[in-house]
Every structure is written in structure tokens, then in C-alpha cells.
Design a protein around this ligand. Sequence first.
Ligand SMILES: [Zn+2]
Ligand SMILES: [Zn+2]
Length: 370
Amino acid sequence: MRKIRTVLLALLLVYAVWLVVVVLRHPYPKETADRDPLELQGVYHLHTKYSDGLASAESVARSARRAGLDFIILTDHGNPNYDSFDFQGWKDGVLALSGSELSVHRGHLVALGFRRPAAAFSRYAETAVLEVGALGGFTIIAHPYSKTRWSWGEPVGYQGIELINGDSVLRKDVLPSLPYLPALLFRPRLTMIKMLDDPAAEMRKWDALSRDAEVYGYFSADAHVLHRLLFSFVRLHVLLDAPLARDFEAAASSVWGALRSGRFYNAVTAAAPAAGFRFWGEQDGRVVPMGGSADPALPLTLRVRAPWSFGQTTTLIRNGETLLVSKDTALRLDVRAPGVYRVEVTLPERTGLRRRVPWVVSNPIFLRKD
Ligand SMILES: [Zn+2]
Ligand SMILES: [Zn+2]
């Protein structure tokens, strides 16, 4: 009996030492870039007590402020969720925006940026897309593979697709990440990124959809609980033309405008702070922003800024295929071939992020006929 106890204690000690070493080997890198007033950080896809979230909208907004977020996007269930819609406004310096996660016949569809509807949105995905659009809004396919297979048929005007979904990460089989679970108590970011798998199916589907339409990729928290933890898991970095207005309507319309036109990039913030990334095109003296289209009859210069010293690798991708891989902090490439160009940045293993899991994902620049 005593022997068994001694062996168990020894094993526990070895495990504890291993865990301490793992945690110490994965320090969280410090933010290197100064905050740019034209770059906002926010978290998209949040549930509150207005539907099946465990926290009130007020307390979610307070946590967002403590996490240093500029904006949050509530997406409570409903067709739409009117309580959540009416909650919108400036909350403690955080811009609180609301859309709704609609239950439609093909799955969950997030509707954003719409004016208050007089009647419920349709349960038919294709009809709901038109109704949301008629009220000035746009739609994003949520967790596209939660039913394990693609259930959305031919794309019909969806503006976006979720690439990473925090709720799916938390719901997945925890066994492979079991050794990292105790780290939730003192290094929760590490546990989260150890649970994150390569979103290969979502990325492939996104590239396929982008061939015929302008579809943007979103990292989504889909937080029902643990909002504070998920606020430092994945973030959207929105790029603006002018600093955010204090007037709520004006501020909301600039953030919705950037999101609906792909002027943002995604980051797994839990691996490293990702402020300062830029991807843009230059053509004929004109700047082509991320999410925008360039003239296929003229040459285009693609520019990337990846201003970190984290040992990152930047990959420029055309139509889903690797075009250029670089360790440099600035890239410049002249391209002529029509196609959909986007950028992924990965981090070395020492940050804790699994190989092949992208850390930063840009939105595309389209070089093709409209
Ligand atoms: Zn959902
Ligand atoms: Zn959700």
C-alpha cells in the first residue's frame, strides 16, 4: 500500500514538474506595437442572458473593458433577438454592437448590422439573407462544420464564414488536451491554444467560396461562459480610415462598414498579441485595402507588414495555394495573375500554438473582373 502511494506521489511530482516546465517554456510575448487609433480590437460572436449565455450583457461589457477591447459584438439567439438589439451603445468606453444568431434550416446564420426589423426573419436561409440585406445588414455562416458536413448548399450572398469557433473548441474531445487542463487555473491561454486544431476544412471551404464571391473569414469566440477567457482567445482587428466617432450611430456604422467589406484581420490572441499587421495593395497610385478589389488589367503590388520579432512565418496565398513564404517583417510582391490573394502568419512551436494552426489570417484582396 505504502509502495503504491509512493509511486503515485512520484508520478504526480513528475507531472507537476513537467507542467511547470511547459508553462515556463511558453511565455506570453509582450505587445510590441503602439496602439494605433485606426486599428480597433474586438471580439465577435457572444451570447448573454438574452439567450443561452450565463452572463448578463452588462457584465460582458464590463469584462470587455477590463480585457482592453474596443468593441464587442453580441449575437444572441433569436430571429432576431430584440433585447440584445436594444442593448447596443457605448458601455463604459466599449462599443457594444448586437447582431443575432438566426436558426435557419441550414444551420446557424449570424446576421449583423441590420436595422430593427418589424417582423421575424425567415427560417429559410436563402430568404433570411435577403431580408437581412434589405435592412442594410449582412450575414455570416456560423461554425460551418458543426454538423460535420457542409449544409449550406450553393453560396447565395453570405458575406462571411467562421474559420475558428471558440465554443466548438471548448466542446470538442478534451482527452488529447487533458494534461494541459490544470493550466486553466494559472495559464488559461495556454490550455486554449493547446485545444485549438488546424481549421483546414474551414479554410479550404473559404478559399473555394472566395473564387466566385467576396466572402470574408471570421475568428469567432462564440462565448456562452468564460467570456473573460475568450476575450483573450481570438480577436478581430478592424482597420478604419478615421478615428472612431464618439457618436454611437457613427461609430457603429464605421465598424459595421469595415466588417462587411473585409477591412479586418483575425488573430489567435492567446498565442501572442497581434496588433500592427497590415496587408494592402498598390495599383496605379491607388491603395487597395484588404477586402477590396483591384483591376485585373493592371499590375498590382502586394504589401505586407508583419512587424513582430516572434520568429513568425508569413505566407502569401493565391487561390488557396502558397505563393511566397517569408520570415521578413515586410513583404512586397508584384503580381499579374488574376486571383484571390490573402496572408497567413504562423508562429514557432515555443509559443504553444500547434504547427499549421494559423495565428493571423488576413482577408483577401481580389484581382479579377467584378
Ligand atoms: Zn451557433
Ligand atoms: Zn453562437
